[in-house]
Design a protein around this ligand. Structure first.
Ligand code: ADP
Length: 500
């Protein structure tokens, strides 16, 4: 972003103000001198002009105060030395006094100017130190390169009158600049980044440029560059200040780069840790039912003849039960892996009634007729969903409700304009206090009342809800049991409205 140039009229109005102030000081000295003329000596009247020159020297730039000093001597001569109201000087003594006054006035003027300059410089340095302190504090809380860019731009604009431009390098090392930037500015920015040094007026490098090009660098890394236009080759203090601002920006950008690298490394190691935990848990969970199936199957194979029909039946039921447990485990595992790769989600406009209908049919077919009731209002809006995953979520919630309670389980659907809420209510023992969050983590199991499981179901359900932009939560029911509720957003326009 480039700031506009300072208004051209500002300098002219400052000049007029200075002349008016010098004239006012001299007029005041003359009027007071004339008013006191009968009562005071020429020396006292000269003192009034010395006072006016001293005030002018402290408050006006050097050229104005020098003119004021010369004018003061001329006015003293015209109004107060004989012959009055002429610029002639007849008396030797008066002539000497006028020269002496001129010397004093010029000395005061130059002393006052340098005192004023020193004071201004000290004030400017103090305000620049404050600015840097402020910028350092603000940069410490910047979390993106874009924020660093904005902060540095603001501070440069405050410190310099010319247009300023700040550009940072992206992750691929490309300079982020607005389209239409003049080629000379672009080249200057790139050159100062490449050389890692300040270029432009008063720097001894590329002095033909009418700007400063300053890299934003720390010891190890250059994160971007700034360009400040309309600068003076003699403003070394300004150049130092601009360099200090860019050095702070360079350190902030280097800190962000390091933080990003640490974050990436942490993520990678976390991913490796999760992967090995996952593999260890999966191999254990799969091996247990497999061992039971293999044991039952080989007993049946080798001892079929010797086994009583009841024993044969028990072994067959073991095989069926363990296989269905294994199937559920495999489904949950596969879906969790699928969710890791969100690109594989097949989101489409789906009817929630149809998904619930197929889930209820499957759950009821598994031998629990009558235990599941449902209340689904008609004409529900469509939702954007992956039907397989959503069905898996609802099936897991219903299976859990049936597994961890003995009474009827109720599935309810409610909808408002923005979301659909599907809740599964049971009258089981509920979730132990303090476990309400932990049960949604993978491989975390609560009080299971001896029921089998791998602790994957609810983790998968929550992941599915979130992949659909929704949320899953659990609440305790007032008279015992739990309510697991999934909220899914409704998107607009709905397909019917789209084609209407
Ligand atoms: P799993 O059922 O395989 O243990 P889940 O992730 O499905 O794994 O559930 C995690 C834990 O949450 C369970 O071990 C159980 O303690 C608790 N839980 C889940 N659903 C219910 C429910 N409807 N009533 C009581 N506790 C439940």
């Amino acid at each position: 972003m480039v700031t506009p140039a300072a208004p051209a009229g500002r300098a002219t109005s400052a000049r007029t103000r200075h002349w008016l102030w010098a004239a006012a000081l001299l007029a005041a000295a003359t009027l007071v001198g004339l008013a006191l003329d009968d009562y005071v000596s020429l020396a006292s009247e000269a003192m009034l002009y010395v006072l006016a020159v001293a005030i002018a020297a402290y408050t006006l730039p050097r050229a104005y105060s020098l003119v004021c000093a010369v004018a003061a001597v001329a006015l003293l001569n015209y109004f107060f030395t004989a012959p009055r109201f002429t610029f002639r000087v007849d008396d030797q003594d008066n002539l000497f006094s006028l020269f002496a006054l001129l010397g004093v006035a010029l000395t005061i003027s130059s002393l006052g100017t340098s005192v004023r300059r020193e004071t201004e410089r000290a004030r400017l340095n103090a305000s620049r130190a404050r600015e840097l302190q402020e910028l350092a504090t603000e940069l410490a809380s910047a979390t993106t390169a874009g924020k660093v860019d904005v902060l540095v731009q603001q501070h440069l604009e405050r410190a310099f009158v010319g247009p300023c431009l700040v550009a940072v390098l992206d992750a691929d090392g490309c300079l982020q600049v607005q389209a239409g930037l003049p080629a000379v500015v672009h080249d200057g920015l790139r050159a100062c980044i490449r050389e890692g040094r300040t270029l432009g007026r008063g720097t001894g490098r590329w002095p033909g440029l009418d700007a400063w090009y300053i890299p934003m660098r720390s010891d190890e890394h250059t994160g971007g560059a700034a360009c400040i236009q309309n600068v003076s080759a003699y403003d070394q203090g300004g150049l130092e200040h601009a360099n200090a601002i860019c050095a702070l920006a360079g350190q902030a950008l280097w800190r962000l780069k390091l933080a990003a690298a640490v974050h990436d490394a942490e993520e990678e190691s976390q991913w490796h840790r999760a992967q090995s935990t996952f593999l260890a848990a999966i191999s254990h969970d799969f091996r247990t039912p497999l061992a039971a199936i293999m044991g039952a199957a080989s007993s049946l194979q080798t001892q079929w003849q010797k086994l009583a029909p009841a024993e044969q039946d028990r072994l067959l039921r073991t095989i069926v039960g363990e296989s269905s447990h294994l199937a559920r485990l495999t489904d949950n595992t596969l879906q969790l892996v699928r969710l890791e790769n969100a690109g594989e989600l097949r989101m489409d406009w789906e009817s929630i009634e149809e998904i619930i209908g197929s889930v209820l049919a499957r759950v009821r077919a598994r031998g629990v007729p009558g235990r599941v009731t449902s209340a689904v209002p008609p004409n529900l809006p469509l939702i954007k969903a992956d039907p397989v995953l959503l069905a898996q979520l609802l099936e897991n919630l219903l299976e859990n409700a049936l597994k961890y309670s003995r009474d009827v389980v109720e599935l309810q659907v409610q909808a408002d304009v923005s979301q659909i809420r599907i809740s599964v209510h049971d009258r089981g023992d509920g979730i132990a206090a303090g476990d309400e969050v932990a049960i949604f983590e993978p491989y975390r199991r609560g009080d299971t009342s001896g029921q089998r499981g791998a602790g994957l179901g609810l983790a998968l359900c929550r992941a599915i809800a979130r992949a659909h932009g929704g949320e899953l939560s659990v609440t305790a029911r007032p008279d015992g049991g739990s309510t697991f509720a999934v909220k899914l957003p409704i998107e607009y326009p709905q397909p019917a409205a789209e084609f209407a």
